[in-house]
Structures are given as C-alpha cells and as structure tokens.
Design a protein around this ligand. Structure first.
Ligand code: NAD
Ligand code: MG
Length: 400
C-alpha cells in the first residue's frame, strides 16, 4: 500500500478536524504533509504537533509570529508558509498526493483548482469552488487526470450509489448510464416548522443551531436558508453531468438518508448512515477501499421513521434562486454564491435580518444579469466574484 501524503486545507475547521480524526486512525495509510488555517492559530499548533505535519500555511506574518511563539520548545518546528499564494503552491506541491479542500467560500477556489490542475486526489468539501468555477474545475480534472472525490455528504452518497466503475472519480462528460434523476435530501434546517412571519426576527445563534449536523457558521446559515441545498444542486450538476431538471430536492428531517439515485427502471438506491462527516471523509480517503472512520454502529431498530416532504418555496426562496442561477449560467452562479457570502457575513455580524439574505441575493442577480459572461479563466471568475461582492455589500449597506 502506498502511503498518501495529505494536505488539509482549512484544517482548523469542522471538516478539517474530522479529516485529521480519520487520518489519525490509519498511520500506515496516511501521513499529514501540510495543514492550513486562517485563524485559531493555537488550534493549528495543536494539530501540527499531534500530526507531525512538516508544513503549515498561515495567512500573514502576524499569524506566523503567533505560530512560532506558541510552538512547544524542544520540538522541530514545521516550515511556515505564508499567504494565499502559499496555499496554491502547497496544494500543488509535488510531495502531496491527496488534498482535502475544506476552506470555506470562494477563498478556497484557487488552491482547490491548483490541486485539480496538479493531478492530485482531490477530496472536495469546498462546494463554493464548484459553484463559482465548475466548468474550469471539471476541465482541470479531465486534463490532469486528477481524482475527484465528493465529500459533501449528499454527493458522496450519490457517488456511492452510482454504478461501480473504475473511472468514477474522473470528471464525467455525461450522466452515468441508466440514471433518471438524482434526489438530494435536505434536513430543512432549524426553521423547517417555524411560523413564516417569525423568520423576520431569528438570530444568528438560532440560525447556527442545526438540528442534526455540527458545522461551521457559514454553512449552518446556508442550511437554514437552504441556499446550501441550492449550492449542492449546482455542485451535483457539475460532479455528475446532470441538468437542473434531473436534480430534485426533498426534505428529510432525520438526515439519515444522505441522498439517492433513481434509475430508468424505477429502482432507487440510497446511502444511509449517521450524520457524521467522518463517513464521507473516510470514503474519500480510502477509495476504492472502505476504512474505519470512527463512526459507531447504526441502530436501525431505534430509527422510528423516515419522513420526506417537498420544500416550501415561500420558506426557502434561496433554493429557487439557485435553480434560476444554474439555468442562467456560470456568471449567475458566481453572483449567487458571492452575494450569499456577503449577506451571510452581514447577517452573522448582526447588520441585516435573516429574511434579507434572499432579497440581497435576488437583487444582486437581477443587477448583474446584463453582465452575463462565460468566464474562461480563474481571473475571470475572481473578477466577476469581486464585482458581485461589491454590489451585494452596497445592497447590505442600504439596509443597515
Ligand atoms: P469552518 O468555518 O468550520 O472552517 C473553515 C476553514 O477554512 C478554517 O480552517 C478556516 O481557518 C479556513 N478559512 C476561512 N477563511 C479562509 C480564507 N479566507 N483563506 C484561507 N482559509 C480560510 O467550515 P466547515 O464547516 O469546515 O466547511 C468547510 C467547507 O466544507 C465549506 O465549503 C462547507 O460548505 C463544506 N462542507 C462542510 C460540511 C460540514 O459538515 N461542516 C459539510 C459539507 C460541506
Ligand atoms: Mg451537504
């Protein structure tokens, strides 16, 4: 067995921590080569000590100083690389075989794309990278011969339910044979049954209190608005080469069925499991083998029922906006994602209301409709992203 040298981008986040947990269970299979963090440098020091990572990446000199000052005396200190370019260089470092892309937001795109271009095994949690640059990303996977393993639980479930095929981790040009539809499940988030007129007053803490999953704050808010599911529809479009009208979203409050594939003959294959991201992470790390993730037995007898219901459009306008953006094309997907990142940031900072998030995204999409373009380079994508952020920031200010 060849040891995989792993780079964990966004190591201090929720996915990063779960990744290090799985890796630590298999010292014979995985070595940690590099860890990156943007904040929580104390946490990064702990992780670098326990994983013996030879390289860390931090955002600036201040963070590097903080890392050095916290490093325990008497141990060899890792090489400290600094800044966004260092993230890109580390993701494509010849020493690295596997990259966990777990930075949140478009900030993670350049490094995730660099890993794909360098032909790595890419474990993709950073869905915003595919939403903003799906075409470029999948082309990079095709051109370099990289392996792309979806970590988002829904896409990992779908990947597991697709026909066994040695080429499954390569970018598909067309949908897998015999597949009729993809059924993405969604928990419905913390406000699935809240009175619609009470949504106006919900707080960031309430929005971040997800009923089933423990996640970073941004994705938790996205789960509440279901913009997360919208991003996942776009992600599924790219990962599995499926059109918008063959991807359906169904609410499943127990979060035990992680998603399903419906075949032409009427068969539906589902993947079930506990809502614990270590399962999809272990699947991606071990592929094509199955390895221990640390997740315990699934107690079927205690599972009383599995509910499914359609999402209400009035409760989840962000989901409709995401389908519209996917149908409109790549630049609308960039605008959707960028406007959402800005709106969620302002909501978490207490500057706008929860119900203003879809309003800002919708207005931003409308304003930018006319600048619809087909971004063909990373620079095009980032430029459109910056433009959309500026528009969204202005729309937020008008409301504050
Ligand atoms: P998180 O907020 O817990 O962690 C984010 C990580 O990214 C941290 O290590 C942080 O330091 C780093 N980071 C933040 N801003 C950065 C920047 N500008 N530059 C470089 N690094 C930066 O987030 P998370 O919940 O772990 O989610 C990470 C990604 O995985 C997101 O794209 C999310 O949508 C996706 N995802 C998460 C889950 C989950 O269960 N948490 C499930 C599916 C998909
Ligand atoms: Mg998901």
């Amino acid at each position: 067995m060849k040891v995989q040298n792993v780079c964990v981008l966004g190591a201090t986040g929720s996915i990063g921590e779960s990744t290090l947990d799985v890796i630590s269970r298999h010292p014979e299979r995985f070595k940690v080569y590099a860890l990156s963090a943007y904040s929580r440098i104390g946490k990064l020091v702990e992780q670098a000590v326990s994983s013996a990572a030879p390289v860390v990446v931090v955002p600036d000199d201040e963070a590097a100083r903080s890392f050095r000052s916290r490093w325990p005396a008497g141990r060899p200190i890792p090489e400290i690389r600094i800044g966004a370019e260092a993230l890109v260089a580390t993701a494509s470092d010849p020493e690295v075989s596997t990259v966990m892309a777990a930075i949140v937001g478009t900030a993670g795109l350049p490094a995730a794309l660099a890993a794909a271009r360098a032909g790595k095994r890419v474990l993709l949690a950073n869905k915003e990278a595919l939403v903003a640059a799906g075409g470029l990303f999948m082309q990079a996977v095709r051109d370099s011969g990289a392996e792309l393993l979806p970590i988002d639980s829904e896409h990992n479930a779908i990947f597991q339910c697709l026909p066994e095929d040695a080429e499954r981790a390569r970018a598909p040009q067309r949908p897998a044979k015999g597949v009729r539809r993809l059924l993405l499940t969604a928990s419905g988030g913390p406000f699935r049954t809240t009175a619609l007129d009470a949504l106006h007053d919900v707080t960031p803490e309430q929005a971040c209190a997800h009923p089933n999953w423990s996640m970073g704050r941004k994705i938790s808010v996205d789960s509440a608005t279901m913009l997360n599911k919208g991003l996942e529809v776009i992600e599924a479009h790219w990962l599995f080469a499926m059109d918008a009208d063959r991807i359906e979203v169904v609410i499943h409050p127990q979060s035990l069925v992680h998603s399903m594939v419906e075949y032409e003959d009427g068969s539906i294959l589902a993947q079930l499991g506990q809502p614990d991201m270590r399962t999809p992470i272990a699947y991606g790390l071990g592929f094509p083998e199955r390895i221990d993730s640390g997740v315990g037995l699934f107690d079927l007898a205690r599972m009383q029922k599995l509910d499914f219901e359609p999402p209400e459009p009035e409760r989840f306008p962000c989901l409709t906006l995401a389908y519209e953006a996917l149908r409109a094309g790549q630049s609308s997907c960039i605008s959707l994602n960028a406007a959402n990142e800005v709106a969620v940031d302002r909501f978490l900072a207490g500057r706008i209301r929860y119900t203003e998030i879809p309003q800002i995204i919708g207005e931003c999409l409308e304003r930018l409709e006319s600048v619809s373009c087909r971004p063909t380079t990373l620079e095009d994508v980032l430029e459109h992203d910056r433009h959309a952020r500026a528009v969204a920031a202005e729309l937020c200010l008008l409301r504050a």
